[in-house]
Design a protein around this ligand. Structure first.
Ligand code: AGP
Length: 609
């Protein structure tokens, strides 16, 4: 999604903006631009392409010299990536940058055209600049903003500067994140904290329908009626170090290596006296006993984490759990209501479909519980109950450590659920918790075998299509392993329940097609091995990821990664096993010459539908 940065202070604005946009690159983009006051004039430089192209253009055209301005990285929605469609957009008196989608831009554009406005771009965002100008007739910026916002439908985070006010930056939001950084004699606006973290850790979260004005006296906040409001000042838990690669070649590899630590932190945050304690979040055994059904709704990796939770909750707590893709859940008129628990899982806490599903579940009377990695996010603030997964900043687009802390949290919730409902006793609760507390070491052991994962990746590098297969939790793992591989190596892969292959997809198996078989679930391992033999007999190149004690006849697997899981309960096998799949995906991406941190077409947080 797009990145927004704004600055007012004594530093060189262009440098601050470009530095901030670089810290937001992980959000995904295809063009960039800045607008900076040079005296009384606003100088805008923007271009299709990455920030390197911006730097070259600034070199060629000269960097704007000033102390007040706004910047943007655009992830195209309306209009292809091009110089003219890049932000900032201006109509002369008003210049803006925008993240989100204006759903009624066409009717607004028609109205503004009738008022004599002309448009250079195909974007919805340019309409906002003209509408602000239209309401700027009284030359009152706040009035222009409040009147404009009342007419917009859709989602927006806006950075706005007015030519008549060279020492002011305005911002407003609805549905897209926007944060105000508060420094010493300088202030910032940004889509996310890393953009200004090197200058200050103090921030204010703008809520929907709120406006901020940065001026030499500081930051002032207003509601949609232009009334002044007070906002809580907060301090980020991260430091600049965490927002860097710390010697790793990519954020993704750094974040894979952080998993033992962040899973351990999450365990420490919830496990008290050897068992999970959720009372700190307001979740009591009585409350858990009261739920008749559980729904889990999320997108992508977060949804696949939900699938792991389904197996754990149903097997242990004997409560029915339905996992729904959030973009389906929000439009399927779900049969959800009072007495149901709806768990929404999200790393960013800003995913539009997941946020909308949360809001729908609340409307329907369900109790909502958010498992999120960004505690200041919209989902974190809107859910009835919020559990912060303590994963730290996850910058790589491909989610890795967030997945691990998500399933760690959900496992602990499943254990508590089962105990509260009398399905397991205190001993079993402590046994499972103790086993889970041993998984950071098992994840580390897999990381120690990165070279074997890299070797497996080397066998995939010239592949254009492959299968992942597994049963039960191994099927849930196959889905996430397939997504990881697809999204950063661009190898097409499909994940199938191993027992399903015979019902059609086996027709696709031919000589040398790789089939990655995941076999950690001991109660079905023979069945999985039989499925593996079926594809081997048809020429597949079988790569097996299994427990070290899995018995497989010679010649049935072309490659094996034996995981030393010891007596780890099958239920908890996903934590170390997923790390192997993440590493295989990472090295496949590298070997195919891709940038695993910034995969094509993808954004870190999908804040639009
Ligand atoms: C993960 O590797 C993907 N980049 C993507 O599927 C992601 O998990 C999904 O967009 C959900 O994001 P969220 O967890 O921030 O809601």
């Amino acid at each position: 999604m797009c990145g927004i940065v704004g600055y007012l202070g004594a530093r060189d604005c262009t440098s601050v903006l470009m530095d901030g946009l670089e810290k937001l690159e992980y959000r995904g983009y295809d063009s960039a631009g800045i607008a900076v006051f040079e005296g009384a004039e606003i100088k805008t430089v923007k271009t299709r392409g990455k920030l390197a192209a911006m730097s070259e253009k600034l070199e060629r055209e000269g960097s704007p010299k000033g102390h007040c301005g706004i910047g943007h990285t655009r992830w195209a929605t309306h209009g292809e990536p091009s110089d003219v469609n890049s932000h900032p957009h201006s109509n002369g008196r008003v210049t803006i940058v925008h993240n989100g989608i204006i759903e009624n831009y066409a009717e607004l554009k028609e109205f503004l055209t009738e008022q004599g406005y002309t448009f250079l771009s195909q974007t919805d965002s340019e309409v906002v600049a003209c509408l602000l100008d239209y309401y700027y007739a009284e030359r009152n910026p706040l009035h222009a903003i409040t009147e404009t916002l009342k007419e917009l439908r859709g989602s927006y985070a806006l950075g706005i500067i007015f030519k008549d006010f060279p020492e002011r930056v305005y911002a407003a939001r609805f549905g897209s994140p926007l944060i105000v950084g508060l420094g010493e004699g300088e202030n910032f606006i940004a889509s996310d904290i890393p953009a200004f973290l090197k200058y200050t850790k103090d921030y204010v979260l703008l809520d929907d329908n709120e406006i901020v004005r940065l001026d030499p006296n500081g930051a002032r906040f207003f509601d949609l009626h232009g009334m002044s409001i007070e906002k809580e000042r907060q301090t980020a838990e991260w430091d600049v170090e965490q927002a860097q690669k710390c010697g790793f070649p990519h954020y993704m590899l750094k974040e894979i290596h952080e998993q033992p630590d962040v899973v351990g932190k999450m365990l420490d945050g919830i496990v008290k006296d050897g068992e999970p304690d959720f009372t700190q979040f307001g979740v009591t055994d009585d409350m858990l006993r009261g739920f008749r059904r559980v729904f889990i709704t999320a997108c992508g990796t977060a949804m696949y984490a939900g699938m792991v939770a389904k197996y754990a909750m149903e097997r242990l707590a004997r409560v029915p759990v339905t996992v729904e893709i959030a973009s389906e859940f929000r439009y399927m008129e779900p049969i959800v209501g009072e007495g149901d628990l709806v768990i929404v899982v999200s790393q960013s806490g800003e995913t539009a479909d997941t946020k909308a599903s949360l809001e729908l579940a609340k409307e329907l009377g369900a109790t909502t519980l958010a498992v999120v990695n960004v505690k200041y996010s919209a989902i974190a603030r809107e859910a009835d109950i919020c559990i912060n997964t303590l994963g730290g900043l996850e910058i790589a687009v491909a989610s890795t450590k967030a997945y691990s802390v998500q399933i760690t949290t959900l496992y602990l919730l499943a254990f508590r659920f089962a105990f509260a409902r009398g399905e397991i006793d205190e001993n079993e609760l402590k046994r499972l918790t103790e086993q889970l507390c041993g998984t950071p070491k098992l994840i580390s052991d897999v990381i120690e075998r990165s070279d074997e994962c890299q070797f497996i990746a080397s066998k995939l590098v010239n592949t254009e299509t492959l299968f992942f297969i597994g049963r039960g939790l191994d099927y849930a793992l196959s889905l996430e392993g397939s997504l990881k591989l697809k999204e950063i190596s661009y190898i097409h892969s499909e994940a199938y329940a191993a027992g399903e292959l015979k019902h059609g997809p086996i027709a696709l198996i031919q000589q040398n097609i790789p089939v990655i078989t995941i076999a950690t679930q001991r109660h079905v391992v023979e069945k999985t091995i039989s499925n593996m033999e079926e594809v081997k007999a048809r020429g597949a190149n079988v790569i097996m990821i299994c427990r070290e004690d899995a018995r497989v006849a010679d010649g049935k697997a072309d490659l094996r990664l034996d995981l030393a899981l010891g007596e780890l309960d099958d239920l908890l096998a996903p934590l170390p096993t997923m790390c192997a799949l993440q590493l295989i995906a990472y090295y496949s991406s590298i070997l195919r010459g891709n940038d695993p941190d910034k995969p094509r077409n993808l954004a870190k947080s999908v804040t639009t539908e």
